[in-house]
Design a protein around this ligand. Structure first.
Ligand code: GLY
Length: 370
């Protein structure tokens, strides 16, 4: 059994894994280049929990996403209790709006498929859509409401996870960039620019940066690529939107503190983490087209994150078949927050109890020869 474990990456996935491992009795070190935790893709996440929008039927991600959403209530209670942090988490549901007949037909198809799966998903007409959300712009022809969806404030959740992990004895090592992972006899060494760490096992959870780390003995690097997402944080003086509101061009997330988040661009810009005029303008235009009162909102921030995309858009989770003691938990692309509870559980089951969940077959590192 693995007992001394180094987790590379202090984003939401790394912190969730560190917390789960530490809570089950492992001795854990988390290492990251940045400070504080969650300063990669996590800080630019809107924390939307919406598997039936993000992973529609036929998408192999859906079973994982749905299973992880089912874990969320218990996970949040546990993390809040263990950390003492009251993390904002709401199951507001989503309202996915259509502005023409073709969009409406597509929502109807989704609703039919979800009904066959036993998921409550309700198609509403134009009048009911304005009843649900009176601030919607003219031109809405109908909408799909899915009650089980919601959102969590991802930065706060990551902070809470790191506190909970530390309360269970985990150590956080910041401002140390991991360069190489090397196998040495029974140990595995993590070389950073400020010295080396060692353990009986390592979890590679460095998101978009996972592919920049050399793993000795592996010819290929982890095939993650950064996919830039820009997200706006507005100050909202109007009545809060009731639900996470989704259009073809943006989504809107109503935080209780009076912020409205507007997400998100999807861009291929390498490791460039700057906000751009084009990104901000597109998102503002899209938000104003859905909710015209956005014109009167205050502008608080543009956040930028690099989602870790993979060649098949599926995460890479599971033990390396070629490097003993190396566990992958990366490539979560658009769903790191949603998949964090399940990823942590499956990784801890595999590392501490030698239990390989059947769901890991779809996300195995072996498919990329790792
Ligand atoms: N999960 C939302 C996004 O990546 O934009």
């Amino acid at each position: 059994m693995n007992r001394d474990i180094v987790v590379v990456g202090a984003g939401i996935v790394g912190c969730a894994i560190a917390y789960e491992l530490a809570r089950r009795g492992a001795s854990v070190e988390i290492v990251d280049e940045r400070h504080p935790v969650g300063m990669g893709a996590t800080q630019a996440s809107a924390g939307v929990l919406a598997p039936y929008i993000e992973g529609r039927e036929g998408n192999p991600l859906l079973p994982l996403a749905v299973r992880s959403l089912d874990l969320f209530d218990d996970f949040m209670t546990r993390v809040s209790t263990a950390s003492g942090v009251d993390v904002p988490y709401r199951r507001t549901g989503t309202i996915d709006i259509a502005t023409n007949d073709s969009e409406m037909r597509s929502l109807q198809t989704t609703a039919d498929v979800l009904a066959r799966r036993g998921v409550r998903a309700t198609i509403i007409d134009r009048a009911a859509a304005y009843g649900e959300e009176p601030q919607l712009a003219d031109g809405v022809v109908g909408a799909l409401v899915i009650d089980t969806h919601g959102f969590v404030v991802a930065g706060e959740l990551t902070r809470a996870l790191s506190i909970a992990a530390r309360r269970h004895g985990a150590q956080l090592i910041e401002q140390s960039r991991v360069r190489r992972i090397v196998r040495a006899h029974t140990e595995i060494i993590v070389e950073t620019d400020r010295g080396s760490l060692s353990g009986s096992a390592v979890v590679l959870a460095a998101g978009s940066w996972s592919g920049t780390i050399d793993v000795e003995g592996l010819a290929s690097r982890v095939p993650v690529r950064p996919v830039r997402g820009q997200l706006l944080q507005l100050t909202w003086n109007e009545p809060l939107l009731k639900r996470v509101t989704w259009s073809r061009r943006c989504y809107l997330v109503p935080w209780q503190d009076g912020s409205l988040l507007v997400g998100a661009t999807v861009e291929d810009a390498g490791f460039d983490e700057r906000a751009t005029v084009a990104g901000v303008r597109d998102l503002l235009d899209a938000a104003c087209d859905v909710i015209p009162q956005t014109w009167t909102a205050g502008f608080r921030a543009a956040r930028v994150g690099l989602r870790p995309g993979t060649p098949d858009d599926m995460p890479i989770i599971g033990p390396s078949p070629s490097v003993p003691g190396l566990m992958y938990a990366t490539g979560h692309y658009r769903n790191g927050v949603l998949l964090a509870p399940l990823t942590a559980q499956l990784v801890a089951d595999a590392m501490l109890d030698n239990r390989i969940d059947p769901m890991l077959a779809a996300v195995s590192p072996a498919r990329f020869g790792l």
